[in-house]
Design a protein around this ligand. Structure first.
Ligand SMILES: [Zn+2]
Length: 67
């Protein structure tokens, strides 16, 4: 179950979001992610390494829904 959530998150990370349903999903999942300290890339919550620079220097990012 957790894996399907991650795959959705990976999609919306890279594509512009047009579908309102997907958009609400994306906002929900955006509350919890990991940010690379090296390059600032967003990574999946279960990521061990950065998907861009492969650094293991990741930190948790918590984001409230602004709108
Ligand atoms: Zn990185």
């Amino acid at each position: 179950m957790i894996f399907s959530v991650i795959s959705i998150h990976g999609l919306v990370n890279d594509l512009p979001i047009m579908d309102p349903f997907k958009k609400s999903l994306a906002q929900k999942h955006r509350l919890r992610m990991k940010i690379c300290r090296e390059c600032g890339a967003r990574n999946a919550p279960d990521a061990v390494k950065c998907r861009k620079c492969r650094s293991k220097n990741l930190r948790w990012k918590k984001r409230e829904l602004a709108r």
